[in-house]
Design a protein around this ligand. Sequence first.
Ligand SMILES: Nc1nc2c(c(=O)[nH]1)N[C@H]1C(S)=C(S)[C@@H](COP(=O)(O)O)O[C@H]1N2
Ligand SMILES: [Mo]
Length: 417
Amino acid sequence: MARREIEGDWVFGWPDRKRAEIMPSKDVDGRVIFARSPVLDLEGMITPVDAYYVIAQLDMPDPIHPDDYTFSVSGEVENPAEYVLEDLRKFPSRTVRAVTECAGNDGEFFSYMQEGSNMKKPSLRVKQDEEGGWNQMSDDGGIPDIEDILEAIPTTCLVSGGEWTGVPLREVLNRAGVKDGAVAVRVQGWDRGRPDPVTQYLSVGRTDFEVADPGIINYDKGLPIEKAMDPDTILAWAHNGEYLTHVHGAPLRMVVPGWAGNWWVKWIEKIEVMDRMPDCYYQTHYFVSGDSPDDSDKKPMMQLGVKTLIKYPRDDDGPLPRGEHVIRGMAWSGEGAVVRVEVSTDGGETWNDAYIEDSRDKWLWRRWSHVWDASEAGEYRIMARATDENGRVQPQTGMNFQRKHFDWIVPEVVTVE
Ligand SMILES: Nc1nc2c(c(=O)[nH]1)N[C@H]1C(S)=C(S)[C@@H](COP(=O)(O)O)O[C@H]1N2
Ligand SMILES: [Mo]
């Protein structure tokens, strides 16, 4: 069995196992602008902040000192207001533990899983200090060719689990007095930029189509009022027990449990109650479902499907010695708690219920394991599938042209000798 390096770090003066750290892409000043989470090297449900994935669609904004920070609540409300961070402490607080998953996480697997595909399997084991990153590909202003795009860093490892502390958005909205007829809450970050068409080429896997150019915009999302009023949708200032870090949206970000990461607006400067759906770029042009770029009926994507991550064994863990092995991983859903995980070692012919670790956090992933008696040599196709509390069985998401919300069952092929 391959023996992976575990030594490496000294913690408080003592030798320790290697710490899990993000795999970052940095800008010319050495600042992190994109990072993947080393999901296979983590054990628990809460991803340390240093290992949490990072995405910014536009330019990373300048930080604002928390003492100078204000945000506004306006639009279809009785009492428009401006708040400082300290005002939020007057509201009842709420802590929510939830999985953040980028809509594009594992997107290449849609193509990998197509009949007859001879694509190399996207890897979840990646190196520290990767060069570049998908959001840096057109830094010189040009459009990279399709070869470069296909060789870009895979969009795996864009999922993490966190504990978020803040106040329910509804408390702030109720204080403002939402008028009848409100349908959406537009939340705007102060980060600005011109959406990079390469991001879309990369997710679609083609460059031969027209991408809408809205010019320079702020990042914003129009959250439907029902989800805005959900007590678990919060404005968070803390992450895993510490104040938010800049890359994760300090001083204040939105947390929208169950919905893809792009709804979790960071660096909030404005909350606007609307009587119609706003035309946000990252809602009408990107993060939309459809058959192709010319589909005239593209729809915004919201909650995630149901998904499992097999952490062990993976293809490159083999060959394994004969005997008992523990197949294990995580499972999560965009509509609440995962209640069942099944495991197959014969490519889906037969399934066994896995043990699921107890949890009270319905928005967080759950750990599962299955003791596998691999007493016979051979090649095994290991699969796992989850079911959530609404009875949704994996997978929920069909092929879609931007390759978002991947939740299909991907076999790990392992040899026992
Ligand atoms: N203001 C702002 N918020 C944003 C984004 C952004 O570009 N700007 N990116 C979104 C996307 S696509 C994702 S996946 C999540 C990532 O959150 P994280 O970096 O804290 O993991 O933030 C979301 N919130
Ligand atoms: Mo994302």
